[in-house]
Design a binder for this molecule. Structure first.
Ligand SMILES: [Zn+2]
Ligand SMILES: [Zn+2]
Ligand SMILES: [Zn+2]
Ligand SMILES: [Zn+2]
Length: 158
């Protein structure tokens, strides 16, 4: 299970109320009122939604997937070390890479093509990858930098 992080104080918390609601003691103390957040999407629980235990915030499940610490760990893969889940930079659909072949992926929802590593629609990785498949070439190439999902969440305004 992933660590539950409070969006207010960034400390991990384990105490859950009912459903998806968590109370952070630290924040409640410093804010002098009860501070609750959703452990799934790790955002503050809306004050007008105190009667429900189900998160009403938009993109709750999508954020949860993107916040997951799960990574692609196949050593042979061009997308090794990437987060397991990505959101399409165009339509925000949740996508995974099957870890075969090049890092490019086509969104099944809107057909946007982008690099699973750096999230750019075009990157240099493809060229080095295709140029020559012997080991030396492979070593000198500089693969693009893997973008993490917290940047992606910001970029997409999620
Ligand atoms: Zn807190
Ligand atoms: Zn939520
Ligand atoms: Zn898309
Ligand atoms: Zn790339």
């Amino acid at each position: 299970m992933d660590i539950i992080k409070c969006p207010g104080c960034h400390h991990s918390s384990k105490r859950t109320l009912n459903g998806q609601r968590v109370v952070c003691k630290t924040c409640s103390k410093s804010k002098k009122c009860v501070f609750q957040f959703c452990y799934v999407c790790q955002r503050e629980w809306p004050r007008d939604a105190m009667s429900t235990d189900e998160c009403v915030l938009p993109n709750c499940a999508l954020r949860a997937a993107l916040l997951s610490a799960k990574q692609i760990d196949n050593p042979e893969s061009s997308v090794r070390g990437c987060p397991y889940f990505r959101a399409c930079p165009r339509c925000k659909a949740l996508l995974t890479h099957d870890s075969d072949g090049c890092p490019y992926i086509v969104c099944s929802n809107c057909n946007e093509e982008f690099c699973f590593r750096c999230m750019a629609p075009e990157c240099d990785y493809d060229e080095c990858y295709d140029s020559d498949f012997d080991d030396n070439e492979f070593e000198v190439m500089k693969p693009c930098v893997i973008k993490n999902n917290s940047e992606l969440l910001q970029q997409l305004g999620l």
